[in-house]
Every structure is written in structure tokens, then in C-alpha cells.
Design a binder for this molecule. Structure first.
Ligand SMILES: Cc1cc2nc3c(=O)[nH]c(=O)nc-3n(C[C@H](O)[C@H](O)[C@H](O)COP(=O)(O)OP(=O)(O)OC[C@H]3O[C@@H](n4cnc5c(N)ncnc54)[C@H](O)[C@@H]3O)c2cc1C
Length: 431
């Protein structure tokens, strides 16, 4: 199909590239039962990890999904698996002390390990690879800041890293655009569609009922448990979990007032020769800059002839043809040789952020939630899903340093109109 945009190939699609290898089901409609032990709202990484562990712990679990399974960010993301937080180790150490910094980054490590464990335990063929990450600096000052930050992490957490100077960076990535960076050898990448598909299969195998195309409209607290109002039915549930992240809404107003949705954009190029791809990204890492508002790129997992590129977080242009052109411009700014490159897939997805840019797990008036991942939901959603299950099952290991109520603002009711402006302002700061 031709889209009238020079950034799009004749075969272009606005669906995530990941859906080619892991197509979305559009017909599954299990009718909800009248009672369930645990009702989970949302069928992404968080919801399914909670569901698998709850079902294996002996609970009867129903996952309600407004659209097709995996409709949200879990099948739209970049597939980067790292130990990422918008607050640096040094910042937490300075503001809240060394112990808190260690506890926080310790939990990021738990989340990182959790993904590897899940992939191995469930035998999920999702191109999981610890290929290492190259974090790129966009100024010499940033390069120095990164070296300092990762020096602290090595000293206090024992996490190895290597600085890569601007001269050395060509071994990793064929551009002069960056001012060097930091290589973290063990960070990983995976194919988000296949990871999600593996979780969905494991959940079904564990006996979880997936009610797709069944939005939850609201819930009522009862003396024991909840009545959950879903499309066409009322369901009694002993426990209730919200795993809606950037896709949540009025069905849980308390959470809606604390999680701000925002869009991010991604594209995958039309095929090139493998040699050309390798020449552009010889290091075969997951590449990402260290700005607040990041650009990222890597060789597409499972296809050495394509490059995956993303950015423009927080923008709200509904026309993906325009976003394709803007992504193309950003990519060519990094790799001038890629002038004229076209995309086969361009898509968007919604992230969820908190006012203090920190993910949260918690329980409000009996309702469990894990949310506000600010771009780290692959590992953090995996860990929080597992932790939510442990909490409900009364098992050890459900505690978290991220268990404090997310802040809100008295004026915020769920319309995050200001996020694009805030992100633009941050991007100006980056520059
Ligand atoms: C472009 C992009 C790139 C990203 N890259 C990365 C990355 O590389 N690494 C990383 O760690 N993170 C990344 N993220 C973030 C990550 O994808 C998310 O944090 C994570 O997928 C959140 O998972 P989740 O299960 O909590 O929510 P989601 O996967 O968003 O699922 C929420 C689900 O809830 C459903 N839902 C909402 N309301 C209702 C309702 N009322 N009733 C029933 N169902 C409902 C939605 O339909 C949706 O399917 C990226 C995000 C985007 C958009």
C-alpha cells in the first residue's frame, strides 16, 4: 500500500513490526465466569506475569482485556532489557543516602534477572540476547557525567562497564553524531511480540482464563472482595489487580489520577543487505542515548537486514505518516548515509509515567497495581507482576522499595495534555 510519504515503503504498515512474528488474536472471546479468585485488568507483561504465578499458586485467575490480548505497550515496545531508571544512582545517593540507592538499583537488578528467568523457565523463544548496551552521549559533559555515574555503580553495585571514547565508538556504531558513551556488557534485548506470546501461552497452560474484548468499566468493594463490572457481566472476585499502565482510565479513578499516559514511536526499516546493517551497527548492541528524551536503535531481533529505530516520545501527532518522516529525519541525522531509507513499519504505543518519574507497585484499598514504568516496563512489569502474585498468595518476596503511593496533583484528573509540553521542555534541556 502506498501512503504518499517518502519515509514509507510500498509495503508499509502502521502495525508494530513485532506482530508479524506474533500475530494478534482477534477472535478469542472467553465468556467471563460469575466468580473468580483473582480478576486481573490488562493482558500485558504485568498482568500475565501476575496471572501465571497466581494460577500456579492454586488460584483461579481471569484476565480481562479491553481489546485483543497484548494490545498495549507490551507488544509495541523496543524490547530493551536493562536496569533503567530516570533517577541516577548518584542522584538517589545524594538525596536519600547510599542504602536507598543500593536498594533501588538492587531491585532493578532483580527485575533484569526476572526476565531472563521467565524466558528460560517458560522456554520462550524470543531472541533474548545479552548483547550489551551502548549508552551514547550527546555532549562531552554528558560523557563525563556518564563515566561518573557508572563509576559509582561499579563501586557500590559491582556492575561492570567500559567507557567508549568518541574515537573508539566507530567500532560500535558508524556515526560521528555522538560524543562517546558507556558500554554495559550484560544488558539484553528481546523480541517483544514473541516474549508476550510466550507469556500468553504459559498463562493459558497454567489455567488462566483470558477474556479478550472484555473491558472492565469499574468495580465495587464488598465486605469480602470485589464486584467487577465488565462488558456484559458482573464478576465476583476475591482479589483485584490493575495492570493497565498507560492504557488505564476511569475504571480506577485513584490510579488514573496518578499515572500519566504518553506516546512513543518506533519504526523498522525496509530490508537492506546484512553487510550494510553490520557496517552501520557493527557492535550489535542495544543503542540508546542518555538524554531525558531518548532516541534508540538496534539491529531488529531475528532479522539482520533491518534496523529498528525509535524516539519522539511524548509527541502527539496522530498522523503516523508525519511521524515516519520525522523519525526518518532523526535517523538520517545520526547516519547521513541512510538518506532515503524507508520504513516497512511505523507505530506508536502508550507508556505510563508518574509525577516523580518512578515506577510503582502497591495496593490501594485492597486493589493491587503495578504501573508508571517510565520506559522500563519489560523488566519492571515482569518483576512487579511476579511480586503482585506473591503478595496475593502471601508468599515472601513481594516487598519493594517502589511501594509508596504515587503522587498526584490536585488539578490532575487524567487528561495529561501537558506531558508533550513537559517532554519538549526536557528535550530542549537535553540539547
Ligand atoms: C514505543 C515504546 C517503546 C518502549 N520500549 C521499552 C523498552 O525497550 N524496554 C522497556 O523496558 N520498556 C519499554 N517500553 C515500556 C513498556 O512497553 C511498558 O512499560 C510495558 O509494556 C507495560 O506493560 P503492562 O503490562 O503494565 O501494560 P500494557 O502492556 O500497556 O498493557 C495494558 C493493557 O491494559 C488493557 N486495558 C486498559 N484498560 C482496560 C480496561 N478498562 N479493561 C480491560 N483492559 C484494559 C489495555 O488494552 C492493554 O492491553 C516502551 C513503550 C513504548 C510505547
Amino acid at each position: 500500500m502506498a501512503f504518499g510519504s517518502s519515509a514509507l515503503s510500498n509495503n508499509a504498515s502502521f502495525d508494530p513490526y513485532w506482530w508479524r512474528a506474533a500475530p494478534h488474536e482477534d477472535q478469542t472471546r472467553a465468556a467471563p465466569l460469575k466468580r473468580t479468585d483473582v480478576a486481573i485488568v490488562g493482558s500485558g507483561i504485568t498482568g500475565l506475569n501476575a496471572a501465571i504465578n497466581l494460577a500456579r499458586g492454586g488460584r483461579q485467575v481471569t484476565v480481562f482485556e479491553a481489546k485483543e490480548p497484548g494490545h498495549g505497550a507490551s507488544t509495541r515496545n523496543a524490547g530493551y532489557v536493562g536496569r533503567t531508571l530516570k533517577h541516577s544512582f548518584g542522584e538517589i545517593m545524594e538525596g536519600q543516602g547510599l542504602d536507598m540507592a543500593k536498594a533501588t538499583y538492587g531491585e532493578l537488578m532483580d527485575a533484569f534477572i526476572a526476565v531472563k528467568d521467565v524466558v528460560e523457565r517458560e522456554n520462550i523463544a524470543c531472541h533474548y540476547k545479552q548483547q550489551g548496551r551502548l549508552l551514547l552521549a550527546t555532549s562531552t559533559k554528558m560523557y563525563d557525567d556518564m563515566a561518573r555515574e557508572f563509576g559509582l555503580r561499579e563501586e557500590h553495585l559491582g556492575e561492570p562497564f567500559q567507557t567508549v571514547s568518541r574515537v573508539e565508538q566507530r567500532v560500535e556504531i558508524a556515526t560521528e553524531h555522538y560524543f562517546g558513551g558507556v558500554r554495559i556488557p550484560d544488558h539484553a534485548g528481546l523480541h517483544p511480540g514473541l516474549y508476550h506470546q510466550g507469556l500468553l501461552d504459559a498463562a493459558r497452560e497454567a489455567g488462566v482464563t483470558i477474556c479478550a474484548f472484555t473491558p472492565v468499566y469499574g468495580f465495587r468493594k464488598e465486605t469480602e472482595g470485589f464486584t467487577v463490572l465488565v462488558k456484559g457481566a458482573k464478576v465476583e472476585a476475591r482479589d483485584l489487580v490493575f495492570a493497565t499502565n498507560g492504557y488505564g482510565g476511569r475504571e480506577f479513578p485513584w490510579l488514573q489520577r496518578r499515572i500519566m499516559p504518553f506516546h512513543a514511536y518506533q519504526a523498522v526499516t525496509a530490508p537492506m543487505s546484512e553487510n550494510r546493517v553490520r557496517a552501520l551497527l557493527p557492535g550489535d548492541r542495544t543503542f540508546i542515548d542518555w538524554n531525558f528524551n531518548v532516541d534508540w536503535m538496534r539491529i531488529a531481533p531475528g532479522d539482520d537486514t533491518r534496523i529498528q529505530f525509535g524516539g519522539l516520545t511524548g509527541e502527539v501527532d496522530a498522523d503516523l505518516r508525519i511521524m515516519a518522516e520525522r523519525l526518518q529525519q532523526r535517523l538520517v541525522r545520526i547516519f547521513p548515509d541512510m538518506e532515503g531509507i524507508q520504513f516497512d513499519n511505523v507505530w506508536t504505543g502508550k507508556c505510563g509515567g508518574t509525577f516523580d518519574i518512578t515506577p510503582r507497585i502497591g495496593c490501594h484499598e485492597g486493589v493491587h497495581y503495578g504501573s508508571g514504568y517510565c520506559f522500563a516496563g519489560v523488566p519492571m512489569g515482569t518483576l512487579f507482576g511476579i511480586k503482585i502474585a506473591r503478595r496475593i498468595l502471601g508468599q515472601e518476596g513481594g516487598d519493594s522499595v517502589f511501594d509508596t503511593a504515587p503522587p498526584t496533583r490536585f488539578w490532575y484528573r487524567g487528561n495529561a495534555w501537558f506531558v508533550p509540553h513537559a517532554l519538549k521542555w526536557m528535550s530542549r534541556n537535553d540539547r
